[in-house]
Design a binder for this molecule. Structure first.
Ligand code: AVJ
Ligand code: FE
Length: 434
């Protein structure tokens, strides 16, 4: 950021905020007002809540905190505080309506741009203020991914459209890649927009292991389904077994068996399950059960990160599997450019030095790790961003999905969710000890 200089930094911050807002607008303009205020699933907020929450956080963190400006709507702080109201209760709140929410986020954005134009971007303020703008762009993009997941849960005619992802370009790939044991640098102390939970950089050790070259495909997962894997107790941990029994789960979310094969619903389109695409919409428990059935296990997040970032030629950890360059369309399926994961082998330019493919983009990948702080963790700017979630309740997911924007994913980026969640764009790959 220091290298960019204050003026280019202002332009860059404005660009990523504009990019996020164009996406939020597209996701909320795609449906009518009745649909915006409806709760499509108890797991999700009405889309109109996400929209006004994006504005509310921007008001709190940029307009009031960074800018020191007067509050615009102090009366609605509580409505859009995610800790005050669980998702299931949000439709009953006296929320801003669609027109009010749109006007509110526009007004906040005007003020945030005033702040961006004035804020001193020098010395210590440079890192802190620039971070705040990057954090808000990431926050909005994370809610955009959540809104995309809400779209996937909504019933009705398709309203979102995008070109298909690239097809397989890589030649034949080995099923697994060997990852050497020993130390590597995990996390970051230098990535300017890294969130608190990605910091600080520290040495981590892994034992030598094998990692799947690509995420597990629908075709491979179907073998587990068809061989009766969901009904065999031995592949499941106690919580996972209870969960699939109670909810009568026998396949990934959004799959349905017809007389002539398996179909899935994807943003309102019903289509045959494509065998070469990474499986998506599986819980941690399903991922772990598949891995056990396959004679493997899920990778830890340290293993995932070593495979994604470690360059054996230099001993250095890269920003991304392909190097230090920001993600381009040739590297990874990100940013809702496509409305589905790409077939395995579609991104040879995005492979890591060890030859692991599609670590970034396509599907979030479940790891076996609980969400915990790195040694030396310091919460900032708020304990509520990460710290309150640390513990054994949440599992870490890595790498981002087709619905994740490039600003909100890195080789160090950590996402987390409950091990039963399936509405997120999550898949997995397997590992085994060497
Ligand atoms: C990092 C995706 C788990 O959506 O709960 C959004 C991101 N934090 N608003 C979430 C987030 C505050 C967070 N995840
Ligand atoms: Fe939020």
């Amino acid at each position: 950021l220091r290298e960019l200089g204050a003026e280019r930094l202002r332009t860059h911050a404005a660009d990523v905020l504009d990019h996020a807002r164009a996406r939020s607008t597209a996701l909320t303009d795609a449906v009518d007002d009745a649909d915006l205020v409806r709760q499509h699933s108890r797991l999700m907020s009405p889309l109109v809540w996400d929209l006004a929450h994006i504005g509310s956080q921007e008001e709190l963190w940029l307009v009031r905190d960074v800018g020191g400006r007067d509050p615009l709507r102090p009366d609605i702080d509580d409505l859009y505080d995610a800790f005050q109201h669980p998702r299931a209760d949000r439709p009953a709140l006296p929320l801003l309506g669609p027109a009010e929410a749109r006007a509110y986020v526009a007004e906040v954005r005007d003020k945030a741009f005033d702040v961006l134009a004035d804020v001193p971007l020098t010395g210590r303020r440079l890192t802190e203020s620039a971070f705040a703008f990057g954090m808000l762009a990431q926050h909005e993009q994370q809610h955009d991914e959540t809104m995309l997941a809400t779209h996937q849960l909504r019933r009705g005619e398709p309203v979102l459209h995008a070109p298909p992802p690239p097809v397989r370009r890589a030649g034949p790939l080995p099923p697994e890649v060997f990852v050497p044991g020993g130390p590597f640098l995990m996390g970051t102390s230098t990535e300017p927009w890294a969130l608190d939970n990605e910091r600080p950089a520290h040495e981590a050790h892994v034992a030598p292991f094998f990692l799947d070259t690509t995420p597990v495909t629908n075709g491979a997962y179907l073998e587990f389904v068809e061989s009766g894997g969901y009904g065999e107790r031995r592949w499941w941990n106690a919580a996972g077994w209870a969960y699939v029994q109670e909810h009568a789960i026998g396949a990934p979310r959004f799959w349905r068996r017809e007389r002539d094969g398996w179909y899935r619903t994807r943003f309102g389109v019903v289509e045959p399950v494509p065998p070469d695409e990474p499986v998506v919409h599986v819980s941690y428990h399903e991922a772990a059960a598949y891995a056990a059935w396959a004679g493997k296990r899920l990778p830890t997040e340290a293993e995932w990160e070593k495979a994604a970032r470690f360059d054996p030629a230099t001993g250095r950890s890269r920003r991304y599997p392909w190097g230090d360059a920001d993600p381009g369309p040739e590297h990874a399926n990100l940013g809702q450019r496509h409305l589905r994961p790409a077939a395995v082998g579609a991104y040879p330019a995005g492979a890591s030095p060890l030859g692991v493919h599609q670590l970034v983009g396509d599907v979030w990948e479940w790891t076996s790790s609980d969400f915990r702080p790195y040694p030396g963790f310091v919460a900032f700017p708020y304990r509520e961003y990460s710290e309150v979630f640390f513990g054994s309740e949440y599992k870490v997911l890595r790498g981002g999905s087709f619905g994740t924007d490039a600003v909100a994913v890195r080789g160090t980026f950590r996402n987390w969710d409950f091990p039963i969640r399936r509405q997120i764009f999550a898949g997995f790959r397997c590992a085994r000890d060497a």
